[in-house]
Design a protein around this ligand. Structure first.
Ligand SMILES: C[S@@+](CC[C@H](N)C(=O)[O-])C[C@H]1O[C@@H](n2cnc3c(N)ncnc32)[C@H](O)[C@@H]1O
Length: 227
């Protein structure tokens, strides 16, 4: 039986072109690579996980759906055991921004592959770190998964704009989820600013940066509300 992907995983899959050979890092159930193999998007795929439990789930899922021979699984940190020459696409999803960056820094060959990234935390910091490493966000998508919004990036070599916002490609595409996304970002930044301003030792630089970000988000929100 075919598996049904959640909207978040489906948005990741949409950035993987037919014929790609992906590795899904931190795969857990391996839903994404199993779906890509079942649907014929990919002939072969790789997946890794740090922990034996998730990797056992991945193996069971691949066997159940008849794709085990085409999915190679590695129990390892990040891309440690993945042969660089075997893959052209690296998927890093459902993990924190720092974890994702650590994985890329421990396997710098991955910076020369197509990267499909969905970070759970630290999006601005991760975007800045990717740009520092010579990468650019080439496209982005939002997914609404059970009422929660997720931002997905397609990343590749290119001159990234260090000042560009994490959501810049969505504005160009007039993504309808940009409105609720901005409302969520404004709420989060306002709460963070309140916390910083009421701290005993106020970090002036952090407060100024967050105020600038809030001004940017509100201006963007005004623009989007005109659509
Ligand atoms: C929340 S799940 C995400 C699963 C899937 N990628 C997704 O987006 O639905 C995170 C998975 O990443 C794995 N993980 C965390 N750090 C890792 C690392 N450094 N290397 C490989 N896997 C890791 C965890 O064991 C867990 O199975």
């Amino acid at each position: 039986m075919s598996i049904r992907l959640s909207p978040r995983l489906r948005a990741l899959a949409d950035f993987i072109p037919a014929g790609a050979v992906p590795v899904d890092v931190g795969t857990d159930h391996a839903y994404l690579p199993v779906w890509l193999l079942q649907e014929g998007v990919c002939e072969r795929a790789y997946a890794t996980d740090l922990r034996p439990g998730p990797l056992a789930r991945a193996r069971a899922g691949a066997e159940e759906h008849g794709v085990a021979e085409r999915l190679t699984l590695f129990l390892c940190d990040g891309l440690a055991l993945c042969p660089p020459e075997a893959v052209d696409t690296v998927v890093l999803a459902g993990m924190g921004g720092e974890t994702i960056l650590g994985i890329l820094d421990r396997s710098p060959w991955a910076l020369d592959r197509r990267l499909v990234i969905q970070a759970q935390t630290k999006l601005p910091e991760l975007r800045a770190a990717l740009v520092e490493r010579g990468l650019a966000i080439q496209d982005a998508a939002l997914a609404d998964d059970a009422g929660r919004l997720y931002l997905i990036w397609l990343v590749g070599r290119g001159p990234g704009d260090p000042e560009a916002a994490v959501d810049a490609p969505l504005l160009e595409k007039r993504d309808p989820l940009l409105k609720p996304w901005l409302a969520e970002q404004i709420k989060r930044a306002s709460k963070q600013l309140h916390g910083l301003e009421s701290a005993r030792a106020v970090d002036g630089e952090a407060v100024a940066a967050l105020r600038r970000e809030l001004t940017r988000l509100r201006a963007l929100q005004r623009e989007v509300l005109q659509w």
